[in-house]
Design a protein around this ligand. Structure first.
Ligand SMILES: [Zn+2]
Length: 449
């Protein structure tokens, strides 16, 4: 039976109350949510070309930065071809020139300011209109049903930012949190006591949809495993904000007794993509955006290849972002995916992490940061780690846990030199604990130059 139909009557009543509350304050969330739910059930989504054409035409006619970039007639003819003629948009351009990215149409008084995570530097300022918020929240709630959740059924967030939980600090937000039976635990303050509280709630309460920062969720699962704390099976789990490695997913599924789906989102555009239960890759959410994957020269990469993500958001007309280089990388599927779920959407094989995760050798060679995370697998002495490349020929392995055994040290050093050259200095630095970055993601690999 589909998750949406398995939902309790109580959950549906709570959801309806919540949505009506939104309607009473002028939000179109209820309309979008119901429409997206229906489209998803029928597997009939809006035409991506039409959504793309609409936002591009809006950009070239009302946004100074894009005015005249491409003729409106060309967009109408072939929006995807027109898109490829737009310049890419870098974070630096948004940071320095965000005013020129604002639309001259619309009611500025109703736009809300948001800032992006900023894990790779200064945060980016964004203005978002109420319709964008309603559309992206609707898409997010429909995505939760893919993972076994449903608006109004209990959820546990292991989350880094209260602000993201839909205005947690406003009276409407606080009431919504209560009404929707959402519990929030701070992903940044994972003390033993906080983790015990999380596990107690999961043991006592009804099964929930757990929505967690991947790393924080993994830490909670490891804690439960270490202490041999049994958690009853949960409804489902969504891991987000950071790379979900296979070893993390295995631990999470074992501890929480449910499937774990990987969701990819951002402050800039809302959720961009997520896995369905078949895990054939990430479905680009058909309501929110169009994703391109570009090579070093800005050209689209071929099937099976990896490149930089350039995202074009469909929903925010206050400040349209066209071909925005968000700072993450993705790999396209080798061949066209016909996912058994029947959702015919754009697909990504995987999101491979931040740009800075690529290490750069003295000869200019690029090494995926994941090479270094693999070096750290199955090291029983290790509790946490972070690999930092300080310069082309200096790599620091920061480790929390026991002393690094000599044999492991030699092996890690040799394997590092094998990819970054014999001149590379390999340093081990033992620390008490490794803190997440300002955005709340624990980064396993960092390139500092
Ligand atoms: Zn699918």
């Amino acid at each position: 039976m589909p998750a949406a139909e398995r939902r309790s009557l109580q959950g549906r009543l709570r959801a309806e109350t919540y949505l009506l509350l939104h309607s009473a304050t002028g939000s179109s969330l209820r309309r979008h949510y119901r429409e997206f739910l229906r489209q998803d059930r029928e597997r009939r989504y809006p035409e991506p070309g039409a959504l793309l054409a609409s936002i591009l035409e809006h950009a070239v006619t009302t946004v100074p930065h894009y005015r005249g970039a491409v003729a409106a007639a060309e967009i109408g003819e072939d929006p995807f071809a027109a898109l490829s003629r737009f310049p890419v948009l870098t974070r630096d351009t948004v940071r320095a020139g965000w005013r020129r990215l604002l639309s001259e149409a619309g009611d500025r008084g109703r736009w809300a300011e948001n800032t992006s995570g900023g894990s790779t530097g200064e945060p980016v300022t964004l203005l978002q209109d109420p319709e964008h918020l309603a559309l992206t929240v609707a898409a997010r709630e429909v995505y939760s049903t893919w993972a076994g959740g449903g608006l109004g059924d209990p959820e546990l967030y292991v989350w880094g930012s209260e602000k993201d939980l839909e205005g947690e600090t406003t009276p409407r937000g606080r009431f919504g949190t209560l009404l929707l039976r959402r519990s929030l635990l701070n992903a940044f303050l994972l003390t033993d006591e906080a983790v015990e509280t999380i596990l107690d709630r999961l043991r006592q309460g009804p099964p929930r949809l757990v929505i967690a920062y991947a790393q924080a969720g993994y830490e909670v699962a490891r804690f439960a495993a270490r202490r041999e704390i049994e958690v009853p099976p949960q409804r489902g789990m969504i891991a987000t904000a950071g790379t979900l490695y296979d070893f993390m997913r295995e631990q999470l599924e074992q501890t929480f007794g449910c499937a774990v789906l990987n969701r990819y989102g951002s402050r800039e555009t809302g959720d961009m993509a997520g896995e369905c239960e078949h895990r054939t890759g990430l479905h680009v959410l058909p309501w929110n955006c169009h994703v391109e994957v570009l090579g070093p020269g800005g050209e689209p990469v071929g099937p099976g290849e990896e490149g930089e993500i350039a995202v074009t958001g469909f929903t925010n007309r206050a400040m349209p972002l066209v071909r925005y280089l968000i700072g993450d990388r993705a790999r396209l599927p080798e061949r066209e995916v016909e996912c058994p779920c029947g959702r015919r959407t754009q697909m990504l094989a995987e999101v491979t992490g931040r740009n800075v995760d690529m290490f750069l050798g003295p000869e200019g060679q690029m090494v995926d940061g994941e090479y270094f995370t693999h070096l750290m697998y199955f090291r029983p002495w290790l509790r946490q780690f972070q690999v930092v490349q300080r310069g082309p020929e200096e790599v620091v392995f920061r480790t929390a846990g026991e002393e690094v055994p000599a044999a492991d040290r030699e092996e890690i050093e040799a394997k590092t030199k094998a990819v970054l050259g014999p001149g590379c200095a390999v340093v081990f630095e033992r620390v008490g604990t490794i803190e997440p970055s300002a955005s709340g993601k624990l980064r396993y690999t960092i390139r500092e130059f």
